[in-house]
Design a binder for this molecule. Structure first.
Ligand SMILES: [Zn+2]
Length: 496
């Protein structure tokens, strides 16, 4: 009995020491909030931002929205001349910028503008934004509060398709660069501006720009594109979070085709096309890819933890112990689950034509967003193994397929320059790296640099995120004006 009590006391003591250790780690991390934690910007920032007329800026963005630069899946269905109309308007509206840069049309509608720096030894910084937008219904009852291509300013917001994605970036970069050029500024470092024309379909414009840089032997210091913003209202987090996309998931669609004999449904064989295809889809869903925290998501959690409840801080400060628990909680929401691993999404299924006839084939499209630990080849091999049926033909869709991006430097190199700009512009804001789960034009630039940052300086509420590509896309007049001010600072600091 005496021995048993000793063991119990020993275990209790170990538990107390362990808890004490975890609490100390948690408290140290919490203390970082008061002691100028590097991932949180100070409460009072020295205003270095230029004066702007928010209403005039909003008018220009509203005007840009009125050019219906909608890209359609089929190249021929797109109204391409309207892109040139937009570009003519841009040249008229931003003359100082256009005078300062050398411009080149790429694949007719994409543009590369180069603002030559005075010091050729410095590698350039490339700013990307795309001119095209996704379609939006203009029908009466489409659900839009204002017609999507009218560029309406109401209740302090600019409404319309592209208000954020991505005319918001395109126009605010031009507003900032035009003002900077008008001030007589000459950059030391060359600044490049790549404006793709088909990001929402294939991104061939951006791809051609990246290839051109490669043939010219240009290795940018950094590439800045859409994909991250300053998000407020994230669950469990009080401060806004500046999400810097340091990585982007890859993209792959596999087409599965099951073949069978077909025939009359009154005497069906045991192997049918629809049955085999269904089993194949279920087999893939039942063989999920490896999932878990990686270096980016771990750093993101750690940066965001300062604002969280004691319980969450305890868990995140002690991932060596709580990692499975934290990962399980992230798996409970589709969007946070998506950052943990490669995702599987069956999106199209096509088979059969008559209720009493067996189809000879059945086809399904399954879309994968590839995590950094996987690749197009490994995902395809994984799927083939999971299906384990030689009768199912597996081919890659000839649509956009891309490998996951490399991970850009975090807390080093250009990341620090961005962090500096954010610190000087947005008080009390957490700065966190993240993985972008959608696709951006910047993916093509990994052939010339591994430092790609997906970030636009918009303050956006989390509830507005679903409006991009959806109904009532909008940006507040205030947040938009601020974006112009911050881009100005970003360009100025990039060129220094
Ligand atoms: Zn976009």
């Amino acid at each position: 009995m005496g021995k048993f009590i000793k063991v119990v006391l020993g275990v209790l003591l170990a538990i107390i020491v362990l808890i004490g250790f975890m609490v100390i780690r948690t408290v140290i991390s919490a203390d970082n909030k008061s002691v100028a934690h590097t991932d949180v910007t100070p409460p009072d920032v020295t205003p270095q931002l230029i004066d702007v007329d928010a209403d005039a800026l909003a008018q220009n963005l509203a005007k840009a929205i009125q050019f219906k630069t909608v890209t359609m899946q089929n190249h021929e269905d797109t109204d391409w001349p309207v892109f040139l109309e937009l570009q003519t308007w841009l040249a008229q509206t931003y003359p100082n910028f256009h005078n300062a840069v050398q411009s080149q049309q790429i694949k007719t509608y994409a543009q590369l503008h180069i603002w030559q720096g005075s010091d050729p030894s410095l590698a350039p910084i490339v700013f990307l934004a795309h001119q095209d937008v996704v379609p939006a219904s203009e029908e009466e009852n489409s659900g839009w509060d204002y017609p999507p291509f009218d560029g309406i300013i109401a209740d302090g917001f600019i409404y319309g398709r592209g208000a954020v994605d991505d005319k918001g970036s395109l126009i605010s970069i031009l507003e900032a660069a035009d003002r900077l050029a008008a001030s007589g500024f000459t950059p030391k470092r060359t600044l490049m501006f790549g404006f793709g024309h088909d990001e929402e379909v294939k991104g061939t414009g951006a791809q051609a720009i990246a290839e051109l840089l490669k043939t010219r032997g240009i290795k940018p210091y950094a590439v800045i594109d859409e994909g991250g913003a300053i998000i407020s209202g994230l669950p469990g987090t009080q401060s806004p979070v500046a999400m810097i996309g340091v990585a982007e998931k890859g993209y792959l669609t596999l087409i599965l085709k099951a073949k069978a004999t077909g025939g009359h449904s009154s005497a069906p064989p045991s192997y049918t096309a629809i049955g085999a295809l269904s089993k194949a889809i279920v087999a893939i869903e039942n063989a999920p890819f490896e999932s878990g925290l990686d270096i980016v998501s771990t750093k993101m959690l750690k940066a965001m933890m300062v604002d969280q409840s004691f319980g969450k801080r305890l868990a995140i400060s002690n991932l060596w112990w709580f990692k499975p628990l934290v990962e399980d909680s992230l798996r409970s929401t589709p969007s946070s689950n998506a950052i943990l691993g490669t995702t599987i999404a069956p999106t199209i299924i096509d088979a059969g034509f008559k209720e009493n006839a067996l189809p000879r084939d059945a086809t399904a499209y399954v879309n994968f967003r590839i995590h950094n630990r996987d690749s197009i080849a490994s995902v395809t091999a994984h799927v083939r193994k999971a299906i384990n049926d030689p009768n199912i033909e597996i081919t890659m869709s000839d649509n956009i397929g891309s490998e996951p991006s490399p991970i850009s430097q975090i807390d080093a190199g250009p990341y620090l320059w961005l962090k500096d700009v954010i610190s000087q512009s947005f008080p009390n804001t957490i700065i966190a790296p993240n993985t972008v789960i959608g696709g951006t034009d910047s993916r093509y630039f990994s052939i010339v640099t591994s430092d790609i940052y997906r970030f636009a300086p918009y303050a956006i509420d989390v509830s507005d995120l679903s409006r991009f590509h959806g109904l009532n896309e909008r940006i507040s007049v205030e947040a938009y004006a601020k974006a112009v001010q911050v881009y100005y600072l970003m360009l100025e600091k990039a060129g220094e």
